[in-house]
Design a protein around this ligand. Structure first.
Ligand code: GLN
Length: 539
């Protein structure tokens, strides 16, 4: 049987250096050499999963096909590698402890004292190896969240130490640090890197490869110095310089032979350098698109933070590239939208996207934006809560149910056009109250959504508690909002569309999660195309 190789990616000096991008780039390069690769993220926080976390804490909550609410780095893994991740690709300290405590309660430990070492570390190690053992991967890359030196990271570092000892050549540690540039001294400083590596070494882990994040080119002398002070070979010190796009990073790593170094260190034949043809073509197209006049898409939501709508922003930008236009996403804070300022806020937008979300805050602004969008026939895309708002706005202003609402916002209104539906229970396999993960949907032939997908049967990922209320379906359809996407098992409405408008589509699911670099999402591509045509028509 072939042996799975394990690569650990740790980070030091500061957070937000882009460990996820480095892990994804390594994965991409190994995949391009024909290896079967997966990436997983271990987060040292105590929450069981990020599902209950406010987006301000860790950015968007990503959803896997099997219905796991996951760290947003899994989105990078999927977008770079074109693979699907699962619950097993994302772990937290909370889940590790929970599983150990559950075993303890069951009596599995036969009366022994349960300790961080070996019980927690064994559980971490078991989970590191799980995917490799089960699915015959050539490489399992494990990204450790947080920064070396955090108290929470220690059990993970101890597990890496043990695994490196046990697996020998089959385990390797890539450590990402930061080399700051002191403008006043005109110098790049390696001291933080040295300290960070010392911290790692004091946990018993010697990094095999160092990736240095930098805003300035690192000369040979700096790399030599880092190599000498940190016990790594010179060619194992790689720079990761600021790039115009994160999708450039695999190529920058390949130029420095990072994948070849990994293969050599793990005792594998290096062979020729893969061409990465489709990837390079995508980048060429992206760079060309970046030079065009941007089209402006409004992203109406309440979280004024780049990472809160990460997958939507990526999906829009990819759709822009495949339409050969630069997409500029303008965040419009729905809490600040009023009837008096909506015109000003949206008048020069080629398209409007109403974002997902939870709770009542900012909801009024979404209705105001939607009335504007619908009556001015601006291409509009409603995602999850955005789709629900489309339905409510339509009920209030076209069906003339002034009090129409979602049960999430108002328990008592007689017109809950978005509600908790009995049918949901029959198809929710998680036992929870939310519909999570991939569900089937059948699209009506002839609809714009069908044209975009080019097929009737689709599967998309969900994350919501409330549903379109089927009691009102006939009224909606008669008034012009068509329910063109239906879950075949439950009859729940998954997609609505106003066919008489240029592009007015709402999806109960989240298409953004499945848009990848080499396979952009058809709905996003179609939406951006409509926005471009709208701009051309109104110019
Ligand atoms: N809050 C809404 C629901 O639970 C929508 C959720 C979302 O946008 N992801 O149904």
């Amino acid at each position: 049987m072939k042996e799975t190789k394990y690569i650990f990616v740790t980070g030091g000096v500061a957070s937000s250096l882009g460990k996820g991008i480095i892990a994804s780039s390594i994965g991409k390069l190994l995949q391009a050499r024909g290896y079967k690769v997966t990436i997983q993220k271990f987060d040292p926080y105590i929450n069981i999963d990020p599902g209950t976390l406010n987006p301000y804490e860790h950015g968007e909550c990503y959803v896997t096909v099997d219905g796991h609410e996951a760290d947003l780095d899994l989105g990078h893994y999927e977008r770079f590698l074109g693979i699907q991740t699962t619950k097993a690709n994302n772990l937290t300290t909370g889940r590790i402890y929970k599983s150990v405590i559950d075993k303890e309660r069951r009596g599995d430990y036969l009366g022994r004292t349960i300790q961080v070492i070996p019980h927690i570390t064994d559980e971490i190690k078991r989970n590191v190896m799980l995917l490799g053992n089960k699915y015959n991967f050539d490489f399992v890359i494990t990204e450790i969240g947080g920064t070396v030196g955090d108290i929470e990271s220690l059990p993970y570092l101890e597990s890496i130490r043990q695994l490196k000892w046990e697996l020998g050549k089959n385990a390797l540690c890539v450590h990402l640090t930061y080399v700051p540039y002191l403008a006043a001294a005109g110098e790049l400083k390696t001291k933080p890197t040295q300290h960070s590596v010392k911290e790692l070494q004091s946990a018993g882990v010697q990094p095999d490869i160092l990736v240095l994040r930098t805003e300035h080119e690192l000369g040979l002398s700096i790399r030599k110095k880092v190599a000498l002070f940190c016990n790594v070979d010179e060619h194992s010190v790689v720079q990761s310089i600021d790039a115009p796009t994160i999708y450039e990073v695999p190529l920058l790593m390949q130029e420095q032979g990072l994948d070849a170094t990994i293969l050599k260190k793990m005792g594998l034949a290096v062979g020729g350098i893969p061409e990465l043809g489709p990837w390079r073509k995508f980048l060429e197209r992206l760079h060309k698109a970046e030079k065009t006049k941007p089209i402006h898409i409004a992203l109406v939501g309440k979280y004024d933070l780049q990472d809160a709508y990460k997958s939507i922003r990526e999906a829009l930008s990819q759709a822009g590239t495949y339409n050969d236009r630069k997409v500029e996403v303008d965040f419009v804070n729905s809490e600040k939208l009023t009837e008096a300022n909506v015109e000003e806020a949206l008048k020069d937008k080629a398209g409007i996207l109403i974002g997902p979300g939870f709770g009542e805050r900012g909801i009024c602004g979404k209705f105001i934006a939607l009335t504007y969008a619908r009556t001015h026939d601006v291409p509009t895309f409603g995602i999850c809560l955005g789709m629900q708002c489309m339905a409510i706005e339509f009920a209030r202003n076209v069906l003339e149910y002034a009090d129409a609402n979602s049960r999430e916002m108002d328990e008592k209104t007689p017109h809950n056009v978005i509600d908790i539906m009995e049918e949901q229970k029959s198809i929710t396999n998680m036992g929870g109250t939310m519909r999570l993960g991939a569900y089937e949907c059948v699209l009506q032939k002839g609809s714009k959504a069908y044209q975009a997908y080019g097929t009737e049967h689709i599967q998309e990922r969900h994350r919501h508690r409330y549903e379109f209320n089927n009691l009102y379906k006939a009224e909606y359809e008669a008034a012009g909002m068509k329910c063109i996407g239906i879950n075949p098992e439950s009859d729940l409405v998954e997609v609505v569309e106003i066919p008489t408008l240029k592009w007015y589509i709402g999806t109960q699911f989240h298409p953004e999660y499945s848009s990848t670099v080499l396979n952009p999402h058809p709905l996003f591509v179609s939406f951006v195309k409509a926005a471009i045509e709208n701009e051309e028509a109104t110019r």
